[in-house]
Design a protein around this ligand. Structure first.
Ligand SMILES: [Zn+2]
Length: 303
């Protein structure tokens, strides 16, 4: 894509965003590449370099949580996990994260649904966020779903059993074979259903269920804008395609939006805290989140 094409795509995207009522951004690994976090797939992908990961991570945790934590403490994790953790530990938000947070503050974007576990959207100032694959910053009980902040990002002691229900506790980030926690999936679906415009950033849209959300929005009549360095399976159905890194495209889009003027949807409401889980926010006007289901065997989440 030539520079002129990118810049005309950015203008078209700004027009769509400014004339929409409820814009949701959906982000994948591609937005964090400029923060030094390698993607999973593609030429420099973690799984390309280290091989396909084992797909039974959640099963192994459930079989013996104490042994799982011992392996964690001994750092006997798969090489791709070790590399990802090193990168996440050192990562800072890049101009793509910062521009997206500013789009939310200015009322252009209402929420961000991310597949990333790195917490960089929050560091950049994004407030309304659904972390569909969880976060490295929290621990979560697999029985009742209770979440607690990790006091140290890379703990030296296993997490004790849940102090609400006594169930086994793991990192909040979703393992292979682990279902997406129901209330997280529900928030993601609610945001998707409210959207009349979706900005899909740095996601290959291949991993279900997160990758299926843009198509659900599309089926509801939402406009789709894609920001990615290369084409994806979603590209053919997008209204606008900006083929550029997010760290370049999003700041340029923000500049363009400021010229277009006030968003049609007005300024966003203040998120309401979820009393039971103060680390969550509930979006104004959405239904209260359901109590978490008991753990299921293999769910829709592949990672
Ligand atoms: Zn619990």
């Amino acid at each position: 894509m030539s520079t002129a094409d990118v810049s005309s795509a950015i203008s078209a995207a700004a027009q769509h965003i400014a004339s929409s009522e409820y814009v949701v951004a959906m982000t994948g690994a591609g937005i964090s590449v400029e923060s030094g976090i390698p993607p999973f797939r593609g030429p420099d992908g973690l799984w390309t370099k280290h091989g396909t990961p084992s797909h039974n991570g959640y099963q192994r945790f459930l079989e013996d949580p104490a042994a799982w934590w011992r392996r964690e403490m001994e750092r006997s994790v798969e090489p791709w996990v070790a590399e990802l953790r090193r990168a996440v530990r050192n990562a800072r938000p890049n101009p793509g994260h910062t521009a997206l947070a500013e789009m939310e503050r200015a009322g252009y974007v209402r929420s961000v649904i991310t597949q990333n576990i790195d917490g960089l959207h929050t560091d950049a100032g994004t407030e309304n966020i659904v972390e569909i694959h969880g976060s490295r910053r929290y621990l979560r009980c697999v029985e009742c779903g209770d979440k607690t902040p990790r006091t140290s990002l890379f703990a030296t002691e296993p997490a004790p059993p849940c102090n609400v229900c006594g169930g086994p506790v793991k990192y909040d980030s979703v393992l292979f074979g682990e279902p997406i926690p129901p209330r997280v999936m529900e928030s993601a679906r609610e945001e998707t259903n409210r959207a009349d415009c979706v900005l899909v950033i740095g996601s290959s849209s291949t991993v279900r269920p997160a990758g299926g959300l843009p198509r659900i929005a599309r089926a509801n009549g939402a406009k789709l804008i894609e920001v990615n360095t290369s084409g994806t399976r979603l590209t053919p159905v997008c209204d606008v395609v900006i083929q550029a890194p997010a760290a370049i495209a999003l700041p340029a889009l923000l500049v363009e939006l400021r010229q277009v003027g006030v968003p049609r949807g007005g300024l966003p409401g203040t998120p309401e805290p979820d009393e039971e889980h103060p680390e969550h926010v509930r979006f104004p006007g959405t239904r209260p989140q359901n109590p978490p289901e008991r753990r299921r065997r293999r769910g829709p989440g592949a990672e």
